[in-house]
Design a protein around this ligand. Structure first.
Ligand code: TXA
Ligand code: MG
Length: 364
């Protein structure tokens, strides 16, 4: 299949190109598009045959439901039942934006789109190209992240091209994504809103609007404890880098010394290493490693924005061992570490109080 690639951004929303993208969706095709979180791989959410194509293009298990993207609030009521006051208030505060809410679905939403569930996940993106595209396409776009299953979510059009060129009808290149992590998912079907996937909209931000919030225990837990995540997609490891990813946490000096020792040993054995580091620490590591600065330590937005690109870069450069510093930053650190710990398959070394030898925590 020949994939059409068009370049658009907030200042150049070429309506002809967006109309063409809309026509592709209306005739059952697939279009990748930018959002403020990550790129999405879109299909007509109300057309089961179109949703099915998404699973094939990504190589994604078909029990993993898709998020339905809308561009105006009134359309929520076309696809969702029992929309609570709390949900309306959350939408008022955080839509359009990086928040996905789960509702009981209406019959119009095919089970192919919801992975067989009787609930539907809905999000209204703030990215202007995304909003115009959804409108041109008829208003309901089912879209997972536009990566091949098992790779990090794409945060730049180049990542989408890498994974999807030749597999889908069109890619809309809208540059780099502002946030770089997938949306917060909150289940609104129970008494208390429950976060199933942490993101840029934090638990505190939700609580500020609704008065209460719970977390799916699987957000913090490990699969080995038998916790079944309520968001089916969260049970997958998601992204296993080709190299071994190890997170090292503890006092700054001890972390640097532990990782540096690892880099030197690996270099001696002829293995390629990389280190994901805060900009301040970049120069502290031996030159044998590929140093990828993800951002200034106190700029958590920058760290989030660069995380997936950094992991892709390690694969591109054939890295054998990837060390990462801990990025448990105050606000979205929970979301950043949720993704990083999954990518590391829970390999965390805690060097606190051990004189730098490190305790390997392998919870599963
Ligand atoms: O920021 C985002 O949310 C991006 C952009 C493209 O909007 N999309 C995204 O989609 O991250 P995806 O498919 O990669 O992740 C969707 C997650 C999966 O873990 C899926 O299991 C969960 O949402 N999900 C979808 N519908 C659900 C439902 N009805 N109940 C529980 N979890 C659901
Ligand atoms: Mg995904």
């Amino acid at each position: 299949m020949k994939t059409i690639i068009v370049k658009l951004d907030d200042n150049n929303t070429d309506m002809e190109a967006l109309k063409a993208a809309g026509r592709i969706i209306r005739s059952g095709g697939l279009v990748a598009f930018p959002t403020e979180t990550v790129y999405g791989l879109g299909a007509d959410a109300l057309n089961p045959a179109a949703s099915e194509k998404i699973y094939a293009a990504k190589g994604r298990p078909s029990d993993n439901p898709l998020i339905v993207h809308i561009y105006r609030l009134e359309d929520l009521y076309e696809i969702a039942r029992d929309v609570s006051d709390a949900a309306v208030r959350l939408a008022g505060e955080y839509w359009p934006g990086p928040l996905t809410m789960i509702f009981k679905k209406k019959d119009i939403v095919p089970l192919k789109t919801t992975g067989g569930l009787d609930t539907v996940a809905v999000r209204m993106p703030s990215n202007r190209v995304a909003a115009e595209f959804i409108k041109e396409a008829g208003g309901f776009i089912a879209a997972p992240s536009a990566n091949l299953s098992g790779r990090p979510s794409p945060t730049d059009a180049s990542h989408v091209i890498e994974d999807m060129d030749g597999r889908i009808d069109m890619i809309i290149d809208g540059g780099s994504c502002d946030i770089g992590l997938e949306s917060t998912i909150v289940d609104m079907t129970g008494e208390v809103p429950m976060i199933l996937r942490p993101g840029y909209i934090t638990g505190d931000m939700i609580k500020a609007v609704t008065g209460q919030v719970d977390h799916d225990p699987a957000v913090f837990g490990k699969m080995s404890e038998g916790l079944r995540p309520k968001a089916p997609g969260m049970k997958y490891r998601h992204y296993a880098p080709k190299g071994d990813l190890i997170i090292v946490r503890g006092e700054r000096e001890k972390v640097i010394s532990y990782i540096s020792k690892g880099i030197n040993e690996a270099a001696g054995a002829g293995r390629k290493t990389a280190v994901l580091t805060a900009r301040e620490d970049e120069d502290a590591y031996p030159g044998e490693a590929l140093k990828i600065s993800v951002g200034a330590r106190d700029d958590e937005d920058e760290i989030a924005r660069h995380l997936y690109g950094a992991l892709r870069q390690c694969d591109d450069e054939g890295i054998d061992i990837i060390y990462s510093e801990d990025f448990s930053t105050p606000r979205i650190g929970q979301a950043i570490m949720n993704r990083l710990i999954k990518a590391a398959g829970h390999k965390i070394v805690d060097v606190a109080g051990t004189g730098g030898t490190g305790t390997v925590l392998l919870p599963g």
